[in-house]
Each structure stands twice: as structure tokens, then as C-alpha cells.
Design a protein around this ligand. Structure first.
Ligand code: SAH
Ligand code: SF4
Length: 319
């Protein structure tokens, strides 16, 4: 697909796109929905991304880091309920490399589940250490494919740096996941088409794209949040353009539309849900954006059933 093809799709409504997106998904990957157990193990961050409530300069936030035992226990709970992967996420620079490697190897060895890391840009040595410990996937979103907008949103950093990190991770044997935000200030439809083209060029394994949601303690607090309808249009277009990719219905989409976001995401071609297993006390401080919806395992199972798709989550016991 070239840029005019993508722009032509983006001009349609998500309801118009959904049948083609769903047909593409069923043909390329089937009806099965992958469920990842998300553990947001620390909100400590050394970066200052303009859109994010975890940014270092935000002093109105209780910073936390779960212990190794707390992370393992959350992962064990998720595994016992039938999730197929554990995703460990934090702010950038939160985790000591050796400490995190121990957590990864315990989860991989004892729970026999793949581990995905989403802990920001780190050194080659750290990526190598975690790969050796058993981590097999790494999520690091390119956030926006517009290099000027990227630089404006990430003081002192560049889009090239971000793409280089993805390429390095692939070279080290990780499956790589990228993604971007939809409805950012100063973002155009043409730039959203570039986001999708970038994912296609990178032959990305996974890509999460959800609406930008304003957060009160950030410099972008006063900007309007991205709309769920636009996010669904983009998601359906991504499914058509990237038939091979794992695409989640994001938590940001579930926040923009708490009632139908997850189900509509699946109907628009998503094949991944990421319910959270972060203990509720700490999850309340993982304030990437405002009014963040807590997607539970039950919410995920309900959305999958409502969309008429399949999963391998444990069924609740009949009483
Ligand atoms: N620190 C790591 C991982 C945690 S942030 C990193 O930045 O890679 C995870 C994702 O949250 C980011 O990639 C970004 O796309 C998303 N995010 C942050 N602030 C957001 C906001 N205000 N609205 C929507 N998504 C946001
Ligand atoms: Fe930190 Fe990630 Fe938020 Fe940027 S998006 S401030 S790196 S947690």
C-alpha cells in the first residue's frame, strides 16, 4: 500500500472500514484474541515527554516501584487466569538492569510464559542482558512519524534515535512492537498515514495505536484528547495495511470510550487485549493520562465474547 491508498482508507468511517479489516484479520490470523497481562511495575521516569503524566518534572505524583516478589506474584496471578504473555512496563530508567533480568528469568522459567518489556530506551548491553534472561519481545513506540513533531514532544531526543532502538532490538533477536498516538496536538491526517507506512516499512511484529489523552500535570493539559472514532479508523486501516501484525485494542481507546472501546477495537481488526495486573494501589499512581480506565481480565473476556471471538482464558467456575 502507498500513501494515497492509506489516505483513501483514512477518509472513511470506522464502520465502513470494519468489514474489510475484520475479513483481513480472519484470513491472516483467525478469530483468536491474544491476552497479555500488563504489569506497570514502576512509574519512575527520567524523561520529560510533553504528553505524559509520568514525566520527571511532574512532582504531583507518588512514585513507586514494585518489589521483585510483588511483580512475580502479579505475573503468577495473571498466568493462573490464562493470559498468554506477561508485559512488564515502566517509566524510562526505572529499572536496574540486573534486577529486571532476575525478574524476567523467574517469570520465564517458573511460569513458562513469554515476557515482553516496555521500559524505554536503554543501552545495547541492557537489551542483551534481558534477552539472555529470556525476554523475547520489546515494545517501544515511535509515538509519531513526523520528525519535527517528535522533537517538539521529546525535548533533547529524535525520531531517528527511536527507530534505531527498534532496529537494534530486532538485531538482538527480539520481536519488536511500535505504535503511535492519535489526535496529538499539531498532528495531521497525512502524518497518521506516515505512521502506518513506517510500521509497514519496519515490518513490525506488533503495533499499538491509541488516542492521545490529555493529562492535567503536563504541558499539553489544555489540548483536546483524541477521539475514539478517529482511533478506530486508524486501527482498521492499520489492520488492512499490516495483515501480519499483532494489533491491540489499547487502554487509551478503552479510556476514550469506556463502554465499547475494547469491543469496537476488536471489531475494527485488533487481535490483542492487555488487561492490567498492576496492584490497584500502585495502578492509581500510574497516571500516564487522566481518567485512565482499568481494563480488568473480566472486561477483556466480556469484550471478546461481545465481539464474537475466541480466547483461552479460564472460564469462571460455575456455582
Ligand atoms: N516509558 C516507556 C513505556 C511506558 S509509556 C516508553 O515511553 O516507551 C507507554 C506509552 O504510553 C507510550 O509509548 C505512549 O504512547 C503512551 N502515552 C503516554 N502518555 C500518553 C497520553 N497522554 N495519551 C496517550 N498515550 C500516552
Ligand atoms: Fe516516561 Fe514513557 Fe511517559 Fe515518556 S512516555 S515520560 S518515557 S513513561
Amino acid at each position: 500500500m502507498d500513501k494515497p491508498d492509506i489516505l483513501a482508507l483514512l477518509a472513511k468511517t470506522w464502520q465502513e472500514l470494519a468489514p474489510m479489516a475484520l475479513a483481513t484479520l480472519l484470513k491472516s490470523k483467525g478469530a483468536y484474541v491474544n491476552v497479555r497481562g500488563l504489569i506497570e511495575f514502576s512509574n519512575i521516569c527520567q524523561r520529560n515527554c510533553l504528553y505524559c503524566g509520568l514525566r520527571k518534572q511532574n512532582k504531583k505524583i507518588n512514585r513507586y516501584c514494585l518489589t521483585q516478589d510483588e511483580i512475580f506474584k502479579a505475573a503468577r496471578d495473571a498466568a493462573s487466569l490464562g493470559v498468554d504473555t506477561i508485559v512488564l512496563q515502566s517509566g524510562e530508567g526505572a529499572a536496574d538492569a540486573a534486577w529486571l533480568a532476575e525478574v524476567v528469568s523467574a517469570i520465564v522459567a517458573d511460569l513458562k510464559l513469554p515476557v515482553t518489556l516496555s521500559v524505554g530506551e536503554r543501552s545495547r548491553a541492557d537489551y542483551e542482558l534481558w534477552r539472555k534472561a529470556g525476554a523475547s519481545r520489546y515494545l517501544i513506540k515511535h509515538e509519531t512519524a513526523d520528525p519535527k513533531l517528535y522533537a517538539r514532544l521529546h525535548p533533547g531526543h529524535s525520531l531517528k534515535e527511536r527507530i534505531d532502538a527498534l532496529l537494534l532490538l530486532r538485531e538482538l533477536g527480539y520481536e519488536i512492537g511500535s505504535g503511535f498516538m492519535i489526535g496529538l496536538p499539531w498532528q495531521s491526517l497525512s502524518s497518521l498515514a506516515d505512521d502506518i507506512l513506517l510500521l509497514a516499512n519496519l515490518k513490525i511484529d506488533m503495533a499499538g495505536a491509541g488516542p492521545f489523552i490529555a493529562q492535567a500535570q503536563t504541558p499539553l493539559a489544555a489540548f483536546p484528547s483524541g477521539r475514539a472514532g478517529l482511533a478506530l479508523r486508524v486501527l482498521a486501516t492499520m489492520r488492512i495495511a499490516l495483515p501480519w501484525a499483532n494489533l491491540p485494542a489499547t487502554t487509551a481507546l478503552a479510556t476514550a470510550d469506556p463502554i465499547s472501546g475494547q469491543k469496537n477495537g476488536l471489531l475494527a481488526g485488533a487481535n490483542v487485549l492487555m488487561p492490567t495486573f498492576t496492584p490497584p494501589k500502585q495502578a492509581a499512581s500510574y497516571t500516564i493520562y487522566d481518567h485512565k480506565n482499568r481494563v480488568s481480565l473480566d472486561n477483556a473476556a466480556q469484550a471478546i465474547a461481545a465481539a464474537g471471538r475466541t480466547h483461552k482464558l479460564n472460564q469462571p467456575e460455575q456455582v
